[in-house]
Design a protein around this ligand. Structure first.
Ligand SMILES: Cc1cc2nc3c(=O)[nH]c(=O)nc-3n(C[C@H](O)[C@H](O)[C@H](O)COP(=O)(O)OP(=O)(O)OC[C@H]3O[C@@H](n4cnc5c(N)ncnc54)[C@H](O)[C@@H]3O)c2cc1C
Length: 303
């Protein structure tokens, strides 16, 4: 209920206008977003690599409205891959398929994504395909399976809150496709998704075990300390070495936990977004944690 209200508020035009223009929210954005330009992004990734942290670059944007915009997304990621190669950065890229024309058809989307995957392959890196809201899940999984069959270095993302995800993950494991497990960041109906945190957490644990038992270099994406500790415990018990999986977290969230994992010898990759289309990403981060949005609203009222 609380989450649904926060999602509703985050779609309100007045809040959007204020958020996009206020200097206060710009300060808050800096906490979650590396910068507006690729240069700013690269300097953050360079610093993270120097600290022993891997990265995945996210050029912010989703749901493009034209084929020209989809082509522009592709070109901006090609530039990012060029920089990863030129600077020998320890980094993958993360993409959203609606940024590459998924709304206009799977064929067109594949045509836009293939050049990225082949470029990533030539550089020895990979393309991580974010999972969006539930209407896109089938098409996204089909595209990831297809790119993998074409020998492309891709990682699928699965969301523990969906009832279907355990089975989807088992199929990805059978195909030896690397997976990033997350809880899920969209507002989904109770008919297809677990409604409570306790249920999502318990499904997250069940899928983590599946991935550690049968997955190909899985990534566990969360800031939930209890779930991370459970992952560490289960991996140790099953004899899964620390270099056979990785943790992933979002840039700017739970830096204390990030430091601890690196100190303890785990592989950690940070998801580092950049670019000026930051509003939907920023609002999802606010909705995940009510305290964030209340902080923002309090400042809106005070103004
Ligand atoms: C690397 C990565 C990639 C992701 N990719 C996707 C994707 O492709 N598709 C998708 O649907 N979702 C994605 N997500 C988001 C994910 O689904 C969750 O919404 C998000 O990770 C919050 O869940 P949590 O596991 O951290 O647990 P929660 O139970 O939400 O949080 C646990 C603790 O983490 C901290 N925390 C969590 N979120 C925030 C925040 N926004 N601000 C401040 N503190 C916070 C708090 O201390 C909180 O108590 C991704 C997450 C990560 C880490």
């Amino acid at each position: 209920m609380m989450r649904a209200t926060l999602f509703y508020l985050s779609t309100q035009p007045a809040l959007r206008r204020w958020t996009e223009t206020s200097s206060f929210s710009r300060k808050l954005i800096k906490r979650f977003v590396a910068g507006m330009t690729l240069d700013e992004e690269i300097s953050v990734v360079r610093r993270l690599n120097a600290e022993g942290i891997l990265a995945t670059l996210d050029h912010l944007g989703e749901s493009v409205k034209s084929t020209e915009e989809a082509a522009a997304s592709r070109d901006s990621y090609i530039n990012a891959l060029d920089r990863i190669g030129a600077e020998k950065l320890q980094a993958t890229i993360s993409i959203k398929l609606t940024q590459f024309g998924l709304d206009f058809g799977e064929r067109q989307c594949l045509d836009n994504v293939r050049p990225l995957v082949s470029k990533a392959k030539s550089l020895g890196t990979a393309v991580e395909v974010d999972m969006e809201a539930s209407p896109y899940v089938d098409a996204t999984l089909r595209i990831v399976h297809r790119l993998h069959e074409e020998d492309g270095p891709v990682r699928a993302v699965v969301q523990a809150y969906l009832f279907r995800t355990f089975d989807d993950t088992a199929a990805l494991c059978d195909a030896a496709i690397p997976v990033r497990l997350v809880k899920g960041a969209y507002e989904e109906p109770r008919s297809i998704a677990f409604p409570t945190k306790a249920e999502v957490d318990s499904e997250f644990v069940r899928i983590t075990h599946l991935l550690l038992d049968r997955g190909t270099y899985p990534a566990i994406g969360s800031h939930d300390e209890t779930l991370l500790q459970e992952t560490e415990r289960y991996a140790a018990r099953q004899g899964v070495a620390k270099d056979k999986f990785e943790f992933q977290m979002l840039y700017g969230i739970r830096r204390d936990l990030q430091d601890r994992l690196v100190r303890d010898g785990y592989r950690l990759r940070l998801y580092v977004p950049y670019g000026d289309a930051w509003y939907p990403y920023f609002m999802r981060r606010l909705a995940e944690r009510p305290a964030n949005l209340f902080f923002l609203l309090k400042n809106l009222v005070r103004r």
